[in-house]
Ligand binder design. Structure first.
Ligand code: ZN
Length: 324
């Protein structure tokens, strides 16, 4: 099946499992690392931001909640000004840096893809929003492992771990959702939150729903678009820099290889059809951390220890980008 991406992750038909591991990780990783040497040379391999001894995030409240409160679609139509936090951050999802560090004064927005509540709000998330280039669904449910571990749970958990790591570096961190709303936000609002926060970097966290047997991560970069409210020309280059550093550090922290089904082995994919990227005015990338529909990738994605490594890799890429 063709890859549809993070704004639409349809269930994929299961294929017969491969036999014994045909592509040993030990064989995959060196090949991947060759490609990542470039990142090491451009700063992706810097030790800044590493926090290998940090434990899991301590703030996980609300992650598994299943909100039932009625809501209005207007929640996704508020002008950005009404939801934008002050730069110093007084909103519930915005952190106040507890420590000073190399990222003091920097604002990072983490966008946990999807929302556990989306499954109960299909009408709301299926309505179309304007992403500049065209109209697209407000949000999607996301995918899940065969055992039912949802992408929304995964993304929020990784986001919490990232927030802890980035706050330790002094960054002000905001999440676009923190399990604190019934569904969404819509993809246009997710973009606006980063814009309104004047974020220095935004990373949207996802896991893919491709066919079993497809493995690895990839980072999605904004392509150049100018249509309607979308104008990414100013962010294409810095977003690529951010994405390359995130990819390089993700390899180093997790040992996972770049996707073997998209991106031609580079772990980088450029897209112009995602509202979350098209409407962004600040450097932003998506990362698909692995393929939830593949049993081997799923074993990683469902491991808290692996998610900590993933969070470290992404965070170290952000730190590298912000330190230049
Ligand atoms: Zn997704």
């Amino acid at each position: 099946m063709s890859y549809a991406g993070p704004d639409f992750d349809p269930p994929q038909p299961r294929r017969p499992r491969r036999g014994p591991l045909t592509v040993a990780l030990a064989a995959l990783v060196p090949g991947a690392l060759l490609g990542w040497l470039v990142y090491e040379t451009v700063g992706g391999g810097g030790a800044d931001g590493s926090a290998g001894t940090v434990g899991p995030a301590t703030r996980t409240a609300g992650a598994s909640a299943s909100p039932t409160a009625p809501t209005s679609a207007e929640d996704d139509e508020k002008p950005s000004g009404s939801t934008a936090p002050a730069p110093t951050g007084a909103a519930p999802s915005t952190s106040v840096p507890a420590v000073s560090g190399p990222l003091t004064g920097k604002v990072v927005v983490i966008d946990p893809g999807h929302n556990q509540g989306n499954f109960q709000h299909t009408a709301e998330i299926n309505r179309k929003v304007d992403i500049g280039t065209n109209a697209k669904e407000c949000d999607t449910t996301g995918t899940a492992t065969d055992a039912g571990y949802t992408e929304a749970r995964f993304t929020l958990d990784v986001a919490h771990r990232m927030r802890t790591l980035l706050e330790e570096q002094g960054a002000t961190v905001r999440l676009t959702q923190d399990g604190d709303r019934p569904y969404g936000p819509c993809v246009d609002e997710r973009a606006r939150i980063g814009n309104a926060a004047h974020a220095d970097a935004v990373v949207s966290v996802h896991a893919d729903g491709s066919a079993a047997g497809n493995r690895g991560f990839h980072v999605i970069l904004p392509g150049s678009v100018r249509a309607g409210a979308a104008d990414t020309r100013a962010i294409v280059a810095p977003s690529r820099d951010l994405g390359e550093r995130v990819a390089g550090n993700f390899v180093r922290a997790t040992g996972s290889g770049p996707s073997d089904y998209i991106g031609s082995g580079t772990g980088l994919v450029t897209r112009t059809d995602l509202g979350g990227l098209n409407l962004s005015t600040v450097p932003k990338v998506f990362i698909e951390c692995g393929n939830m529909r593949d049993s081997k990738d799923a074993a990683l994605l469902t491991s808290g220890a692996w998610r900590q490594k993933a969070a470290q890799g992404i965070s170290e890429g952000i730190v590298s980008f912000l330190r230049g």
